[in-house]
Design a protein around this ligand. Structure first.
Ligand code: DLL
Length: 428
């Protein structure tokens, strides 16, 4: 069994709960006493922080969301003096004002610890060559992979995204064993290997995330690259990639680092906490972050708790199902509610269909229509695609099957859904 921090990762659930209780109490006091925003929030919700008992009172704490990060831009939620900050990352999303996460030295340690656990859980050992393909910059992906890889004593190739042919050459020349990236970059590498007839014999594991990751997409990547593929989760607001964990080699859910975060699943509308097994919005409370902690942060991601039992891998931390989508990405077409990941899951079942697709939501006189563009090998017809989508989604969208390499790609996270206009298909 591979553990970076065996004590923390295999801590019995009852001990984890005791630890969470103590840390949660401290965190509530800490944020209320250090920052006016948190203090006002607790007061408005009628929370008497001095009397706060711990997990049993968690439900009494108010939720926070992305809008709070935006309204407090840049450092309104920071609980430390600016002179204690050492790094920041930022995500801009589609709505303008960015979400900022700032780090103290101890926050960077915490991030590195979470990421190092992920590397070792995947099977990385000291000295392994680790190729990092998410961007190094404001996006948290590149630096998070870097901090964790250093902590796990890996040999880092800090490539960032793009220039895929060069990445393949580096992977071959240096013997890359572990690669990290956004899901669509894994697809890009697969395509390029296929086009150029190359293989990466040393590559053993891939840690991918940041985007929808259907099970069939994971299988495709696993088979094409001949590696074990892991689903890594995290976000700017919780401290970045890997902070919320990853699945283990048993691939039966994402282990959320429970000594660092409390995860709840709530009904998006009512805020009511849902029982294990039911799908709802993922809500996260950080227990150890110093500069900008989150308390009951509504992530906008949809998932469910699969199990709290000890996993076959020996880890005791709660297991979260893969993220089925973002609540704000949910589409309602012909009266059917669904997430883009369900379309992906359906498309990937069709032999010959390639992993590059996009959904265009068109408005026809106030009625929403879905148009699906997908790349496929010769021989796949629109009819086959329509039949599969009808079977899985319950309605038939319009659609076109395109030649490989003709749907424009984004650098970084893929944009799968367009409302109205979408970039033109590339002519061959
Ligand atoms: O995407 C962090 C990250 C980078 C994770 C690289 C994994 C790999 P943000 O840009 O703040 O941070 O976006 C966070 O991305 O709320 C989810 O909607 C989505 N997301 C992250 N990981 C996954 C995943 C990074 N494994 C938002 N599966 C989150 C599905 C994911 N969606």
């Amino acid at each position: 069994m591979n553990f970076f921090n065996p004590k923390a990762e295999t801590m019995p659930q009852d001990e984890l709960v005791v630890l969470q209780n103590a840390k949660l109490r401290d965190m509530v006091q800490y944020t209320a006493s250090r920052n006016a925003f948190f203090n006002a929030r607790f007061k408005d919700a009628g929370v008497e922080t001095r009397r706060f008992r711990g997990i049993e009172d968690l439900h009494s704490l108010p939720f926070m969301g992305k809008d709070d990060f935006r309204s407090q831009y840049p450092l309104g939620m920071s609980c430390v003096d600016k002179s204690n900050l050492v790094e920041m990352h930022m995500s801009s999303g589609s709505t303008g004002t960015p979400v900022v996460m700032a780090y103290t030295a101890s926050d960077l340690e915490q991030w590195a610890e979470c990421m190092a656990r992920c590397y070792v859980m995947a099977g990385a050992v000291e000295g392994d060559v680790c190729q990092i393909t998410p961007g190094f910059g404001l996006f948290n992906g590149g630096f998070g992979c870097y901090h964790g890889a250093r902590k796990a004593n890996l040999f880092v190739l800090p490539c960032g995204p793009g220039n895929t042919l060069r990445q393949i050459k580096l992977a071959k020349d240096f013997g890359t064993r572990v690669i990290t990236g956004v899901v669509s970059y894994a697809i890009r590498i697969m395509e390029m290997l296929d086009e150029t007839g190359q293989k990466l014999p040393d590559l053993k594991f891939g840690m991918f995330g940041a985007e929808t990751f259907s099970e069939s997409m994971r299988e495709r990547i696993t088979n094409a690259l001949g590696i074990d593929v892991f689903d890594i989760y995290g976000m700017t607001e919780t401290g970045g990639i890997g902070t919320l964990g990853m699945d283990c080699p048993a691939h039966c859910g994402i282990h959320v680092w429970e000594d660092q975060y409390i995860t709840e699943i709530v009904d998006h509308e009512t805020g009511k906490v849902l029982p294990d097994g039911e799908y709802g919005e993922v809500v996260v409370t950080s227990l150890t972050r110093e500069a900008i902690p989150v308390i009951r942060f509504k992530t906008g991601d949809l998932s469910r708790i699969i199990s709290r039992d000890k996993c076959a891998c020996g880890r005791t931390h709660v297991r979260l199902d893969k993220i089925s989508g973002r609540l704000d990405d949910m589409l309602i077409i012909s009266g059917v509610n669904f997430f883009p990941s369900q379309v992906e899951q359906s498309l990937m079942k069709i032999p010959g269909v390639l992993p590059n697709y996009r959904l265009i939501v068109e408005d026809h006189d106030g009625i929403k229509h879905l148009h699906v563009d997908v790349e496929a090998e010769p021989g796949v017809t629109g009819f086959t695609v329509a039949k599969q989508l009808k079977e899985d989604l319950g309605f038939t969208p319009d659609g076109d099957v395109h030649a490989p390499g003709t749907i424009p790609r984004a650098e970084g996270k893929a944009k799968r859904v367009f409302h109205g206009e979408a970039p033109a298909i590339i002519k061959q």
